[in-house]
Design a protein around this ligand. Sequence first.
Ligand code: NAP
Ligand code: G4F
Length: 345
Amino acid sequence: MKKKVALIFGITGQDGAYLSKFLLKKNYIVYGVKRRSSIINTHRIDDIYKDINSKSNFILFYGDLTDTSSIYNLIKKTRPNEVYNLAAQSHVQVSFEVPEYSAEVNSLGALRILEAIKNLNFETKVKFYQAGSSEMFGRTKDKFQNEKTSFYPASPYGVSKCFAHWITINYREAYNIFACNGILFNHESPIRGETFVTRKIIQGLIRIKNGNQKKLFLGNLYSKRDWGHAKDYVEAMWKMLQQKKPGDYVIATGKTFTIKDFVNRAAKKIGFKIKWVGKGINEKAINIENSKILIECKKRYFRPVEVEFLKGNAQKAKKLLKWSPKITLDNLIDEMIDHELENLS
Ligand code: NAP
Ligand code: G4F
């Protein structure tokens, strides 16, 4: 049987790496789009090249979501059955500093891919996955967010993802493209970017434990996030594209925790006994064993507007995709700690 072909934008990112491995196991040919950078940026997928069985089905090309011709040429050249748009300026706080660039990549990038799929008009329909985000719910007051919850984005990133979401629906309805939006809640892993809060906390605490860092500086400790594992979430992306009809799906665990809860769990597992003192920007975590400050809050890590509360309801995915998360928050934290310790040794 002819192998299916997937083209992944954002292959060098966290989800790109997990999705590549997932699809290669399913016997796909995986083409990935990486952007040019001044240092090698493929560390998350380098292990695929070391695996002799995967190597020949895994090919990378240069391209960029800000470059229409590269997108068009790559889709034309690779003739994919499935296109996954995982590429983005994905950091919410950074999007306040580079709002125009964030919109250029996250909003217009999705449009450029859809335009290429529409104009190339291959005989075999190309299926399209758009990486949407729970950030689109932003300042919602709903206690659980599902596919019917109204968007109220609270950052240039969130707004840019709303455009991508709606343009995906628009191209599905206007041009009958098999296009799906995943509305994914936060998902983490040992290869999560180092400036996202979960990885930052675990890396920081382990460095302090080993005497390589003095303190960890954080921002808002009281926002709540619904954290899952990237490995579970890429499976949901694939499942969306295997359905008879295209649709939009919330992917979440349905559980929510504060940043402080996450710190407490991670600190305990790493072997710290901590107590919290002070309030607001002056709140600190103290290491009980030596009375030293372990964590402090810093103004620069607070956002101009915060998404205070995210908790997803993934009942639709459970029912139609037969998807539910397998990895718990505690298992995720254990895996992230083990990975960090392994890296150090
Ligand atoms: P990530 O680790 O930040 O990866 C983003 C990827 O996009 C990287 O490969 C990056 O390349 C690439 N990229 C950035 N700008 C690009 C451009 N102009 N042209 C081409 N590629 C570009 O993000 P992730 O956590 O894997 O998330 C994947 C997608 O899901 C993103 O769209 C994100 O916004 C969305 N999402 C993530 C979460 C989450 O919790 N992880 C939740 C909801 C939605 P470099 O490696 O060169 O930087
Ligand atoms: O880890 P974060 O930066 O993730 P955030 O903002 O929720 O965005 C991530 O998840 C979205 C899905 O909802 C994705 F679409 C997006 O691409 C990205 O993957 O921050 C989580 C929370 C925030 O409330 C933030 O204010 O942690 C708080 N926080 C507190 N101190 C911090 C810090 N966040 C970061 N990055 N760094 C801090 O020092």
